[in-house]
Design a protein around this ligand. Structure first.
Ligand SMILES: [Zn+2]
Length: 541
């Protein structure tokens, strides 16, 4: 039964509801007007930063070619870091050097307030990959020397050019925000980023935009193809003896290494097919007539998730101990690096992708395509030239495939992170090889860097102007990524960056390599300095 009062109440409630709806739709209309204005502003700013990147095309080429010519191995990136930090300081960034216990690590900051956007890219190169750029044949610049056989010489140019273009706009428009630029030190040893995270480098960061050289223009979210890993060196200690006169007096450390390797290789059959593991003997003794009193072997244990990485690491430790028992030697181990499996942020990937699609792949010239095919032929890869189409952003695979690791994984569990793969290299090459260095100081790399830089700059504008994106990235990070995955620490408190690695190799080759450092004050490009006419398809006889 309805009372009058109840009817009256209903009527009033009804009126209130109508009023509320009207008010809401009014505010929605205001929202629309405001957001339309915001969208126009974002678009205007994006046009400005694209011009800002274009204006720095020369700077991008000089940075890329200079870092290429330094060719520095993991932990020995001294010339590279000096050059980049000087450049950032000259452009108004404040630089902190020697961070996280690594002399070649640094972090550069500019601006104030939120959001804090951190741009990262690797800087180290690979052993024995020295190669003359711009020629489709094998020719080291310095025989046996390291070289950029992956293309880590290009990423800081992508980031810094984007940061400078955005900084210029932020100054003019007085926009709030902090830009952080940081290097992936010793990425080829998976030996930098876990230490950065442990040192708190990303504590106040809202989003990490990472860049990595590629032959396509893409990004991804969730877990990509690839693994995480623990890198560890086992050292066996025995006793030396005359290998012919009194071999029974010795305890052979090299035999322990061999037994460990045999044990591991037999055990592989019982491991998940997704695992990847490999080793090199870093110390196999001195000469045959001395029983090796000391020998070392360096392992990478790779797997798809934290639990399986740790499991295989523990199996490795057990086999090492068993090898020590068999040979009456003692074994110790030292963790050299770790990489968490990667997990990228959905919101950040979608934002990047929208800008990738707007920029598109560079317009490759006939010469560039011909050159790319010649290099593919040389490296015995499929001869289909440079990529011309942008890939769609696909949801992550239900079962990602196995493969390599990247210590950006460690950063990806500390802060919302995404990787932009920019098109600066040739497809279908072996990877970690001198052939991957050939394009990396040519117009192919230069064009790919500028395209990547535009995407980075536009994405930074999105993040600076649309706080809801940062919010959404954080929601995904907390409510999806961290909720659905079990994260286990791979690095222990006592593990330290092994900054002595590669020191001797770099000292041996640097004097010869110095003669090939790029002098941008004298030569337009590094190819000009080397006297290479691009594209050179065959070696002059
Ligand atoms: Zn890399």
């Amino acid at each position: 039964m309805f009372s009058r009062n109840a009817i009256k109440f209903e009527a009033i409630a009804g009126l209130a509801l109508v009023a509320l709806v009207l008010a809401r739709s009014a505010s929605r209309a205001e929202d629309t007007i405001a957001s339309k204005h915001d969208i126009e502003r974002v678009e205007k700013f994006k046009a400005v930063v694209i011009d800002g990147v274009e204006a720095r095309r020369k700077l991008a080429q000089v940075m890329n070619d200079t870092v290429f010519s330094f060719g520095e191995l993991a932990y020995q990136e001294f010339e590279t870091s000096k050059y980049l930090t000087d450049l950032l300081e000259k452009n108004g960034f404040s630089v902190e050097r020697g961070v996280a216990g690594m002399p070649t690590a640094w972090v550069a900051r500019w601006g104030s307030g939120r959001p804090v956007i951190a741009l990262g890219s690797d800087i180290d190169c690979l052993p024995k990959a020295s190669q003359k750029p711009g020629v489709a044949y094998r020719e080291p610049l310095v025989d046996g020397a390291p070289g950029h056989g992956e293309g880590h010489n290009s990423g800081q140019a992508v980031n810094i050019v984007a940061a400078l273009a955005v900084k210029e706009l932020m100054e003019r428009e007085k926009l709030s925000g902090t830009l952080v630029v940081w290097p992936g030190v010793a990425e080829e040893l998976l030996g930098g980023k876990a230490f950065f995270v442990r040192a708190g480098m990303f504590k106040d960061v809202d989003a990490v935009l990472f860049t990595h050289v590629s032959d396509d223009f893409s990004t991804s979210w969730g877990q990509p193809t690839g693994t995480g890993m623990i890198s560890v060196e086992y050292t066996f200690e025995g006793e030396s003896a005359h290998a012919a006169a009194r071999p029974w007096r010795g305890r052979n450390a090299l035999r322990a290494v061999e037994l460990m390797n045999i044990g591991w290789d037999f055990r592989r059959e019982q491991l998940r097919p997704e695992q990847r593991s490999h080793y090199v003997i870093t110390d196999g003794g001195d000469q045959p007539n001395v029983i090796p009193p000391r020998a070392s072997v360096w392992y990478f244990f790779r797997e798809m998730d934290f639990e399986n990485i740790k499991k295989n690491y523990q199996i490795g430790n057990k086999i090492a101990e068993a090898a020590a028992i068999m040979t009456d030697t003692k074994v110790t181990r030292k963790v050299i690096g770790t990489a968490a499996p990667r997990h990228f942020n959905k919101t950040l990937a979608e934002t990047l992708q929208s800008n990738i699609e707007r920029v598109g792949l560079p317009q490759w010239s006939e010469d560039e395509q011909t050159f790319a095919k010649a290099v593919q032929r040389l490296a015995e890869g499929k001869e289909d030239g440079l990529n011309i189409a942008v890939k769609k952003l696909e949801p992550p695979a239900a079962r990602p495939e196995s493969g390599g690791s990247d210590d950006i994984g460690d950063v990806s569990w500390a802060v919302p992170t995404v990787t932009l793969r920019y098109p600066a290299n040739i497809p279908n090459l072996p990877g970690h090889n001198w052939a991957n260095a050939i394009a990396m100081a040519t117009p192919i790399a230069h064009k790919g860097i500028v395209a990547g830089s535009k995407v980075m700059a536009m994405t930074m504008i999105d993040l600076l102007m649309r706080p809801e994106l940062i919010q959404s990235a954080k929601t995904y990070f907390t409510n999806v990524q961290l909720k659905n995955n079990k994260v286990l620490p791979l690095l222990s408190e006592s593990d330290q960056p092994q900054i002595q690695l590669n020191r001797e190799t770099m000292e041996r080759y640097r004097p010869q390599m110095r003669k090939f450092y790029y002098d941008a004050s004298k030569y337009n490009t590094y190819l000009d300095q080397l006297g290479v006419k691009f594209p050179t398809l065959t070696k002059a006889q």
